[in-house]
Design a binder for this molecule. Structure first.
Ligand code: AMP
Ligand code: MG
Length: 344
């Protein structure tokens, strides 16, 4: 079994996953309420929270899974993320590795998200690979918007990324302009459900097929100007329409770009991961384009869309190119890792 440890941002998470990819136990402690009053994640506060939370989390695990019995390795997020936060997880991983005399390995957090849609399968290594690959992946979170291809050997090629805000950031910033507390995207989704997505014509950035990228900062600015032109009562009366149209413009860009990439390619499955993958509308929109093209739609399970440690252990298990450090002293963090970067 592999012990996974995740601490890249504002979730402290630990999981135990066996060699078939089955989750034996997983625990996440979210700090979201601590950061909400500041309107975003405060790095120093997050470090202190991780320091407080990991030992109780370890105690909880040990009441349910008798570690270190049966553990043969530790996988820990080594980037990208907040440096201080990554440091807490890595120090814990190295200490446990020395204490228990088992190897430790750094895992790229983005690759954890990228492979997370496959965690719901029984055991990917025993599946018919051609049922799933080549796979197109869309990672949508508070810090990233990435479209990438996963090949049959599980290597990853990046196809498009955002040139400014991430889609989750765009939704959160829009929600903030509409008076919602951080992170407002889930609340925005609730209002959007009863609104008309076509009521307001917000701009959609669409890139060319030979120069694929996402951009969301213009959308947020256009909401700002729209709101400036409206009276308070107008905003109140058309609140659901504003939410719905804003969310629609953001998702329209994701869906159209994904569709553009699917055209003429023989992808067997489409994955959706990251915190924004919680949203039912984006799940429905992508399910539709997959159905039309007879491509298997594989959104990550909701419990694994946000940051979690199961995906870190799972990525360590899947990615054949990752390196287990014999000398745990070598392991350090890289806050700027890209999805195509190894380790893992
Ligand atoms: P992550 O960066 O993966 O931890 O995900 C956090 C991001 O996902 C934040 O921007 C959240 O606002 C966003 N998010 C969470 N739930 C939803 C939802 N239901 N709809 C849209 N965005 C969401
Ligand atoms: Mg994440």
């Amino acid at each position: 079994m592999i012990l996974g440890i995740e601490s890249s941002c504002d979730e402290s998470a630990i999981a135990v996953v066996n060699r078939n990819g089955r989750i034996k136990g997983e625990w996440v402690h979210s700090q979201i309420t601590k950061h909400a009053e500041y309107g975003g994640v405060v790095p120093d506060l997050a470090v202190g929270e991780h320091l407080q939370n990991f030992f109780p989390l370890l105690d909880v695990i040990r009441t349910e899974v008798p570690i270190p019995d049966g553990l043969d390795s530790i996988a820990v997020t080594c980037g990208p993320g907040l440096a201080g936060c990554l440091g807490v997880g890595i120090t814990l991983a190295k200490t446990l590795s020395l204490r228990w005399d088992i190897p430790v390995r750094g895992v790229n957090h983005l690759r954890g998200h990228a492979y997370s849609p496959f965690m719901q399968l029984d055991n990917l290594n025993e599946c018919e690979k051609s049922d799933f690959f080549p796979h197109l992946g869309l990672l949508v979170s508070g810090g990233n918007t990435l479209l990438f291809e996963i090949h049959e050997d599980l290597s990853i090629s990046l196809l498009a990324k955002t040139v400014d805000d991430a889609v989750g950031e765009c939704l959160d910033k829009g929600a903030k302009l509409l008076g919602m507390a951080y992170p407002g995207a889930p609340e925005l989704e609730k209002y959007a459900m009863s609104g008309d997505p076509k009521a307001f014509d917000f701009p959609r950035f669409l890139s060319k097929k030979n120069d694929l990228r996402f951009s969301f900062s213009g959308l947020k600015t256009s909401l700002l100007y729209r709101l400036k032109k409206m009276s308070d009562s107008e905003v109140a009366n058309r609140f659901a329409d504003l939410c719905s149209s804003y969310q629609e413009a953001a998702f329209d860009q994701l869906v159209k770009t994904t569709e553009k990439v699917m055209t003429g390619q023989r992808y067997r499955s489409l994955g959706l991961s990251g915190g924004v993958a919680n949203n039912q509308k984006i799940r429905d929109d992508l399910a539709k384009i997959c159905q039309k093209r007879e491509v298997l739609f594989l959104p990550a399970q909701r419990k694994h869309t946000g940051d979690n440690a199961s995906m870190i252990a799972y990525a360590a298990l899947l990615d054949p190119k990752g390196v287990w450090a014999n000398d745990s002293q070598q392991l350090t963090f890289n806050p700027n890792l890209k999805i195509t970067d190894l380790p893992n």
